[in-house]
Structures are given as structure tokens and as C-alpha cells.
Design a protein around this ligand. Structure first.
Ligand code: DHB
Ligand code: FE
Length: 294
């Protein structure tokens, strides 16, 4: 019986990697963001998960505009990191969990999701930065990873409804897994941000709060907007919230918010970090909630 223990939702701004490399975590610019990971690391120490299912978007490392799967699942024994041009250090390779990957793939295809399967896949900042934040420095990270890439880049994008359904199908696959592993789910990217064009620097606090307020108790509320509505509401990269929506689906029906951090801005992004516990009623009390604006 696969045991989904919780979900970690976080922005994946590449500049965080440079801040870590330069040890700027306590600088006034960075501290409000890094503080959001204190409760997450405490929870990870207590729970000690074995596997991480990571929903994120590829930023041109594996797939480019000419070749863009809507949903792609890694089935490799190891995933190397590479930098697609930010000048980031190359992070440690992460071990895969091929048996669990194939279990999820079998389940999704039986469920009529037409996914791409990737027996080799590189991981970019969208996976490596959250891992550096969760297990910084040389802290051992025993987790094996199953990466799931969602197209948030090349239109037409999958709908929020379809992403939630994908996540729910992944959750059902995890619950039918016979292994004893403790499984944590990640959704990375967002919240509102736009990197290019006339709206570069666009941030929408109201929409971000709408997403954070509904994520635990009512994720279906996030599917009321179309993917194009979200581009308008959250910016052309803010649509990375699709990764959060899918990850929330994988947590199962009940989830409680344990911590939340919202800090505007980090680089061009409204940076948010949330920790949800799976299987607990949404009315459970929060441990921490922080909000800061630079
Ligand atoms: C930024 C945010 C992202 O999500 C990303 O993938 C790249 C850059 C930014 O705000 O700088
Ligand atoms: Fe991104």
C-alpha cells in the first residue's frame, strides 16, 4: 500500500541557486524566502520520505518548442542535472525508481492518459532547486525520484482540469503500489510571473492568494479558469501553477495545510512555498504562515 505522506509546493526561480552558491540565504533580499523552508525541512526530517514524485515543467533541456509532450514521465534509474543557461552549478544526480515509474505509467495508460515515457531525462532548475532547498548542502537525501513533466510552455497547454485529473490518476496509482515506501509529492513553479514582453514583471497577488487559499481544501476551484485564463491572470510563466494543481491531485481527497510562505518578489516571481499533509482534514491548524513583500 503506497503511502503518500504529503506535498511540497514551491517556486523554482533559478536565481535561488545563485543565492545558495554565494551563501546569501541570510541577506535581507533572500531571508524571507529561505525562511519558508524551515518548517518544510523540519517536516522532512520527521517524516523521512523514500520517494518523491515531482511535477514540474521542462525549460528547454529535454523538450523544445518543436517537440513538446503534454505529459512526460521519467522511467530512468538515475537523473543527471544540467543547467540550461542560468550559470548555475551542476547539482547532484538523483536516483530514480524505475519500478514505481513503470507502475505509474501502466496505471496512467490503463486510465487512458496518453503520456510520453522517458527512459532518459535530464533535470533542470525546476527539480534541482527545490531539492537543494529541501536537502541543502551535503545533507543526505535518500529519496528516489519520479519526475513528471507538464507542458506549461508551448500552446496549446493542457487544461487545469486535465492536470488535476492526471494528478488524481497518479495518486490512485500510488495508492495501489504494494511497496512500503513513504511518498512525498512535489509541485514546482509559479506563482504569478511573466519573464518577457510588455507584461514582464507582472504579478497578481489576488490570484496567487486564491490559489493558495483553495489548494488544500478545494483544488477543483483552481480548474474553473482555463489555461489561457491563467496566462492572463498569472502571467505567461505563472501558468506553472498547472504543476501545483497536478501535484495536489496526487495527494488524494483530503489534505491539510501545514505551512505557507508568500514573498514578493524573488527575481520576477511571486515566490511561494506550501507544505500540505495528505489524508488529514483541511481544518487542521497551520504550523506557520508567513507573508512578506520586499
Ligand atoms: C524565473 C522564474 C522561473 O519560473 C523560471 O523558470 C526562470 C526564471 C525568474 O523569476 O527569474
Ligand atoms: Fe519556471
Amino acid at each position: 500500500m503506497g503511502n503518500v505522506v504529503g506535498g511540497i509546493f514551491t517556486s523554482h526561480v533559478p536565481a535561488i541557486g545563485n543565492a545558495i552558491a554565494r551563501e546569501r540565504q541570510s541577506d535581507p533580499y533572500w531571508k524571507p524566502f529561505f525562511d519558508g523552508f524551515v518548517p518544510v525541512r523540519r517536516w522532512l526530517d520527521a517524516v523521512s520520505p523514500d520517494v518523491a514524485i515531482v511535477f514540474s515543467n521542462d525549460h528547454g533541456l529535454n523538450f523544445f518548442l518543436d517537440n513538446m509532450p503534454t505529459f512526460a514521465i521519467g522511467a530512468a534509474s538515475e537523473y543527471r542535472n544540467a543547467d540550461e543557461g542560468w550559470g548555475l552549478p551542476v547539482y547532484r544526480a538523483l536516483p530514480g525508481d524505475q519500478a514505481l515509474s513503470w507502475h505509474i505509467i501502466e496505471h496512467l495508460v490503463a486510465d487512458e492518459f496518453d503520456i510520453s515515457t522517458c527512459q532518459s531525462m535530464l533535470l533542470d532548475h525546476a527539480v534541482s532547486i527545490p531539492f537543494e532547498l529541501c536537502w541543502p548542502g551535503d545533507r543526505p537525501r535518500a529519496v528516489r525520484v519520479v519526475p513528471i513533466a507538464i507542458n506549461t510552455v508551448q500552446h496549446p497547454l493542457p487544461s487545469p482540469k486535465r492536470c488535476l485529473a492526471l494528478g488524481r490518476a497518479v495518486g490512485a496509482a500510488l495508492r495501489s503500489w504494494e511497496g512500503p515506501e513513504k511518498i512525498v509529492v512535489f509541485g514546482t513553479g509559479g506563482l504569478s510571473h511573466q519573464l518577457e514582453g510588455r507584461r514582464a514583471g507582472f504579478i497578481n497577488r489576488d490570484y496567487d492568494h486564491f490559489c493558495m487559499d483553495h489548494l488544500a481544501a478545494d483544488p477543483d476551484a483552481l480548474t474553473l479558469h482555463s489555461a489561457l485564463d491563467i496566462v492572463e491572470l498569472a502571467g505567461s510563466q505563472g501558468v506553472e501553477i498547472l504543476n501545483w494543481i497536478a501535484a495536489r491531485g496526487a495527494l488524494g481527497d483530503r489534505a491539510a495545510e501545514l505551512s505557507r510562505n508568500y514573498h514578493v518578489p524573488i527575481s520576477n516571481t511571486a515566490a511561494a512555498t506550501m507544505l500540505l499533509e495528505a489524508g488529514t482534514a483541511a481544518e487542521s491548524p497551520r504550523i506557520v504562515s508567513l507573508e512578506t513583500v520586499a
